[in-house]
Structures are given as structure tokens and as C-alpha cells.
Design a protein around this ligand. Structure first.
Ligand SMILES: [Fe+2]
Length: 442
């Protein structure tokens, strides 16, 4: 005798499609709402309920609660990724399975078979119980739209659901949504961990030539850089804790970088051509890290990418005539402005040749003069094509232009942010500006 399934789904098209698929193998009844499902379940017996979560009136979760109390039947939920936490609740309440929309017919049948079929039981279709997983801060994925390994979320010790397959995209807004809902960690397979730690690998690549550096050169670099930071980059009213945290991170990163002759030579050349640009670059690195922390980015690998992009965003200026760089921007002729704007592409090209600078950092650097309206330069790139971290560097760059400038020593942080809000309006990310504002206690 065929097993009986009740399909509960408010979307008529979707409901009919699912019913048609299941009818080949099961005895299927349908309900267009949670309430209708209760009426049917009260008078007839079923082997399984397959229910949507989000429905007007009564949600799938409420139906599941009712069913657990009044008529316990294996319950499988169908849901989109945005309802992941509701999915977790459903499992806590006793749901037996999960299919994420959109799903392939084979996935749905496999899930149902695993619960009421003759095959060996598997609790969640997507579970890979024998695998070892490792925990990864969700921030790792904010800055990683492309992934080359499977990503999972753990619902419990034994239930793991795959969020994205190898080679797929994990959209930044979906990751942000999880973060806002309080998800702190995602999981990857232990065997994939090597692919994730390009942070550590970058470090290894950076320090490959550490023996070439004399201690004296390293000490001079750190001492000089520390002085520039205190003298030119500290802005009045800065929240002390944010500054200390940001500075600690920057010092740690510069300690790593200063083990590399290639990196030191690069920064030396930037400083020799224009100490103003060097101070500005340090400032963008430091403030971008502080802003990123305020925005909730905590993973060192993300902060390191931001720091590198901030430090090197204007590295292309080392190839541009100092007199042109120091001329007030509004006095540049059209020809000179064109030359000035080439610094972006020069920066990107230089960085692509440097050990330990990831492609992502080079991309962020190439986008530091793009904007939120798609009217920046050099490419007028629409925001959806920009790296999610570029907007931090973009706004902080403008901020530093205002505060680290001879003659602008009196400009306070909040005043500079207010000016950006007025002049740049929707060209900069409001969340970045809010975070920037919040690092000033006064
Ligand atoms: Fe720039």
C-alpha cells in the first residue's frame, strides 16, 4: 500500500508541482494553509507531513507544534535559506527532515525516502554524519563571495546542513542576514581547512625572504611608522579603546610585513616619494580596521585584508610625480587629473606582482575610488560588482583626505564625518559612516 503524505503549501503553483511529483510514488493530499492541514489531519491518518514554513495565518512552525502535541507524524519542512533559523527551531521541535527551496525532485524524494521509505534511515538528507567539520567565523565568508569548498551550518551536534556547494556563490547579503540573526560560525570540512587559511598562507609567502632584512632596518621602519601614526594620524576625540585595538592589530600586521624586504622596499618608495601619502595610507589602514571592528568584523583574516588594502591603496602614487601629487586637486588640469587617476590601476598592477597580497586585496584597492552610486573611477563600477569590503576603504579614504592634510589639523572626526555626509551623501555607505562616527567618543 502507498504511504500517505500531506503537502502543506500556500503557493498554489509550487504545491501542485510538488504533489504531481510525489503522486508517482505516494498517496498525496494537499492543504493550502496550516488551518486546512489541521482539519485534514484531525480526520485522517498520514505517514508524513511536508510543509512550507512561511504561510499566512498559521506558519509551518505552528503547525509542527500542533502536530507534535495532537498528532505526532514525521514532519519535513520546505524552506528558503533566509529562514534558516526558523529551520533550526523546527528541528528543535522535532522535524525529521529539511529540503531547501529550490530543490531538485531527486533531493525531495531522497529526503522523504530516508524517513518513510524502505531505505536505511538518515535523519537529515543533507547530513554527512561521518565527516569531521571545523568551525569558522562567519566573517570569513563576508569577504569571500566565491567559495571553493562546501559550507555547512550546524543545527545540532548531529545535524548539519549544506549552505553552499563548492564553486557556488555565498551571497554577501545572505551571510549578513545570518550574522544579524546571531549566527557566529559556519562549518567547513576539516579536509578543506587548508583552502581557507590563505590568511596564514599569505603570511608564509610574505615572510619567505625574511633573512634578507636587517634588524636595524626593521626597527627603523617600525619606529618611524609608529611616530607617523601618533603625529599625523591620531585625530582628536578618538575613542581610546578603538584606537588601542586598531593600533595593536596594525602593529601586529606591520610586524609581519616588516619581515619582508619586498614589502619594506615598497613602503620605503612610497614614503620617499611622499611622506604625506605614507601617513595617509597608514591612516586609511588603521581607521579601516577600527571601522571594520565596529561593524562587527572580527576574523583576523578579514581585518588583515582590510589593513593591507588600506596600507597599499595608493601605492601606485609612488610612480607619479611628487609635484603633481601635492598640487591641490581643484587646480589640476584635465590632463593632470587623468594622470592622477591612473594611480588606482598602477596600485592594482603593482600589488598583483607582490608576494602575499591576495587577489581580493588587489580588487579592493582597484575599487577605492568607485562609489555606491556607480559613478566613481576608474570603471564607474556598480556596487553589486564591488567587493563588499571596498566601501570601507572608499569612505575611510575620503575621511583621511579631510583629517590628515596640512592645514586641516583642527578638523575633528565628527566634523569630517558630517562633511562627508553633506558632500558625498549616497555615494558612501551609510553603515560605514555610522561606524566611523562611533569611534569618536567626543
Ligand atoms: Fe587614491
Amino acid at each position: 500500500m502507498k504511504k500517505k503524505i500531506l503537502v502543506v503549501e500556500d503557493d498554489q503553483f509550487f504545491r501542485e508541482t510538488v504533489c504531481e511529483l510525489l503522486q508517482k510514488k505516494f498517496d498525496v493530499k494537499e492543504a493550502a494553509s496550516g488551518k486546512a492541514a489541521i482539519e485534514i489531519l484531525s480526520i485522517a491518518d498520514f505517514d508524513l507531513v511536508l510543509s512550507d514554513i512561511q504561510m499566512p495565518g498559521m506558519t509551518g512552525i505552528e503547525l509542527l507544534e500542533w502536530s507534535q502535541k495532537n498528532k505526532p507524524i514525521p514532519f519535513v519542512i520546505m524552506t528558503g535559506f533566509s529562514l534558516l533559523l526558523e529551520t533550526k527551531t523546527a528541528f528543535d521541535l522535532g522535524a525529521k527532515g529539511f529540503v531547501s527551496k529550490p530543490f531538485k525532485s531527486s533531493e525531495l524524494l531522497a529526503t522523504i525516502d530516508s524517513i518513510i521509505g524502505d531505505k536505511e534511515k538518515i535523519e537529515v538528507a543533507e547530513v554527512q554524519p561521518k565527516q569531521d567539520y571545523c568551525k569558522v567565523s562567519i566573517d570569513e565568508f563576508v569577504a569571500r563571495p566565491k567559495i571553493d569548498f562546501d559550507v555547512f551550518i550546524k543545527l545540532s551536534e548531529t545535524k548539519v546542513i549544506r549552505l553552499a556547494h563548492k564553486g557556488e556563490q555565498l551571497p554577501a547579503d545572505r551571510v549578513q542576514h545570518y550574522k544579524e540573526k546571531g549566527v557566529k560560525f559556519l562549518h567547513i570540512l576539516k579536509e578543506d581547512f587548508g583552502k581557507l587559511v590563505d590568511f596564514n598562507m599569505s603570511l608564509t609567502r610574505i615572510i619567505k625572504d625574511r633573512d634578507d632584512i636587517s634588524i636595524e632596518k626593521k626597527m627603523n621602519f617600525i619606529k618611524y611608522t609608529g611616530e607617523v601614526l601618533m603625529e599625523k594620524v591620531f585625530v582628536m576625540g578618538l575613542d581610546k579603546q578603538s584606537f588601542t585595538d586598531g593600533q595593536n592589530f596594525l602593529n601586529m600586521s606591520l610586524g609581519v610585513i616588516s619581515d619582508s624586504k619586498e614589502h619594506l622596499d615598497l613602503l620605503d618608495a612610497l614614503n620617499a616619494n611622499s611622506d604625506q601619502v605614507y601617513a595617509h595610507s597608514l591612516g586609511v589602514a588603521l581607521y579601516s580596521v577600527m571601522v571594520a571592528k565596529k561593524m562587527g568584523f572580527e576574523a583576523n583574516s578579514v581585518l588583515f585584508k582590510i589593513m593591507m588594502a588600506g596600507l597599499y591603496h595608493d601605492i601606485g602614487k609612488k610612480e607619479i610625480d611628487r609635484a603633481l601629487l601635492e598640487k591641490p586637486r581643484q587646480l589640476l588640469s584635465q590632463q593632470e587629473r587623468k594622470i592622477f587617476e591612473t594611480h588606482v590601476i598602477r596600485s592594482q598592477e603593482i600589488l598583483m606582482q607582490v608576494h602575499g597580497v591576495s587577489e581580493e586585496v588587489a580588487q579592493i584597492v582597484s575599487e577605492h575610488h568607485e562609489d555606491m552610486t556607480g559613478n566613481g573611477y576608474p570603471l564607474n563600477k556598480a556596487v553589486k560588482f564591488q567587493h563588499p569590503l571596498s566601501r570601507i576603504i572608499q569612505a575611510v579614504n575620503i575621511f583621511m583626505e579631510l583629517v590628515v592634510k596640512p592645514g586641516n589639523e583642527h578638523v575633528t572626526g565628527p566634523a569630517a564625518v558630517a562633511q562627508i555626509e553633506k558632500v558625498y551623501d549616497n555615494r558612501v555607505d551609510k553603515k560605514v559612516l555610522a561606524a566611523l562616527k562611533s569611534i569618536f567618543s567626543a
